[in-house]
Design a protein around this ligand. Structure first.
Ligand SMILES: [Zn+2]
Length: 263
């Protein structure tokens, strides 16, 4: 099995599991129908994937392979056991994504692009795939740069990318784990309930729980929020300036959103 088909099969398996769980045990009700939101969200995913492929045709793992053959980057210079350089690389990439996410909220010019993700009026697995192509382009360039500087092994890039996609599908899923499972899981992972706080319309709730996978970074850097003002059932999701209308879920609206008057 090639690297690409391995990744795609894991991706589609997790997506399928989340879609089945969401339709059997939905945590919240959407104001818009699935086809209306999904058409925009999945079209954006396809466009962003094309942009990423055009930008770095060999992929970030390809860049990692190139760096290792050329002896570029920290882990290609110092001599660490492979398991240790892979573990450290995955942790460092995840930490970088945490700060990247936080900075996309802090810097107004970057928020214009990231708000496309937050403007979804409902949150489900498809929201986890909805990012503006410019955000994806910036993100992939930053990742490639980090891979070159750190000399990240290609295996670590593949583990990280598969995990990041998987966790994004998991923590955006419209499900609510039973409390006996959810509470202990929070000590390690960003659960659906925690991530929905990040998608709340209340600004200081949006500016919390930035982690995509583990909850450690939020605890470490003071952005962890265990409880929103409203309960998970009543939480207002999305952005006030983008109400749940068909027009606001449309692909063209999503693409143009960063360039319209800041809201
Ligand atoms: Zn965010």
């Amino acid at each position: 099995m090639t690297d690409a088909s391995f990744r795609l099969s894991i991706f589609f398996t997790i997506l399928l599991v989340m879609l089945v769980l969401e339709s059997c045990y939905p945590a919240r009700k959407s104001k818009l129908t699935k086809p209306v939101r999904w058409l925009g969200n999945f079209s954006l995913l396809i466009l962003s994937s094309i942009v990423a492929r055009l930008l770095i045709p060999i992929g970030v793992a390809g860049i990692a392979l190139y760096a290792s053959t050329q002896g570029i980057g920290l882990f290609n210079i110092i001599n660490l056991p492979t398991w240790l350089s892979i573990t450290l690389s995955v942790l460092l990439l995840d930490l970088m994504i945490y700060w990247q996410h936080r900075i996309f909220h802090l810097v107004p010019m970057l928020w214009r692009f990231h708000k496309v993700h937050h403007a979804d009026s409902h949150i489900d697995a498809s929201t986890g795939l909805r990012f503006h192509p410019v955000e994806i382009a910036l993100s992939i360039l930053l990742k490639a740069l980090a891979v070159l500087i750190l000399g990240v092994p290609a295996t670590a890039v593949i583990i990280f990318e598969v995990a990041l996609n998987g966790f994004a599908l998991f923590n955006h899923a419209n499900i609510r784990l039973p409390r006996w499972l959810e509470l202990p899981l929070r000590t390690i992972l960003i659960t659906q309930v925690l991530h929905r706080i990040h998608h709340s319309q209340v600004v200081n709730e949006t500016n919390s729980n930035y982690g995509f996978s583990v909850s450690w970074w939020d605890r470490m850097f003071g952005s962890y929020k265990s409880q929103a003002q409203k309960s998970d059932e009543d939480l207002d999701i999305g952005l006030k300036s983008y109400p749940a209308t068909k027009k606001n879920a449309n692909l063209l609206t999503l693409l143009k959103m960063p360039f319209s008057r800041p809201k």
